[in-house]
Design a protein around this ligand. Sequence first.
Ligand SMILES: C[S@@+](CC[C@H](N)C(=O)[O-])C[C@H]1O[C@@H](n2cnc3c(N)ncnc32)[C@H](O)[C@@H]1O
Length: 233
Amino acid sequence: MIIDILSGFPEMFRGPLTESIVQRAVLSDKVKIWVHDLRHFTADRHGKIDDIPYGGGAGMVLMAQPVFACLDSLKKSRSATLSTRRVFLTPQGKRLTQAVVDELATCEQLVLLCGHYKDVDARVFERDTWEEISVGDFVLSGGELVAALLVDAVVRRIPGVLGDEASAESDSFADGFLDCPYYTKPEEIDGLHVPEVLLSGHHAKIAAWRREQKLLRTKSKRPDLLDRRDDHQ
Ligand SMILES: C[S@@+](CC[C@H](N)C(=O)[O-])C[C@H]1O[C@@H](n2cnc3c(N)ncnc32)[C@H](O)[C@@H]1O
């Protein structure tokens, strides 16, 4: 998979893309991630990528020209046969869920556009088709943190990226439930004990306990998930 990120603030990706599982996925060639600095594509002689909005008002607008130039250069350098998803990160988009992440993880090229300032020149979305994804009903200063978050969520769903695929299969949302509680060494700390069943070595009983815990947690923390399951059954 190739992930192309278009941003005017590429330094914001240092860290999220150079640590842990995403870094391992890049080093093992499971994914190629390119952060394209929009300032390298601007025709403005002072390197500007934003300007004041027509009609007036507060805030600056990310210009269409550097975005178009970057997209055009990508079209030349990427194979036309790749299955591509173009995603604009915006609070106006559909809410990011595990189902959306899993679907994005199957494409061959993911293009992420990070907005900034007041917004992006609307003609960017008139020229090309974009899906819109939001991380929630609140407003961030830019799409960079959202892109980093999305990349992390997508990359861990690429086959072979996680050391143990079963780990992701039992994570929250994978089967419509929240995940169960986990414990590690020592068996007792500050008078708190690990549930007996987890020390029993009885795999069937442990699996049944985990299933029950998933259900209890989901009922108590996110009953809406159970309602949704009922709707689909
Ligand atoms: C200050 S926001 C602009 C918000 C825009 N004026 C609006 O109300 O829809 C700047 C950029 O941050 C990103 N952004 C902010 N909040 C976001 C969210 N909840 N989900 C995804 N992207 C977001 C988008 O790329 C957006 O273009």
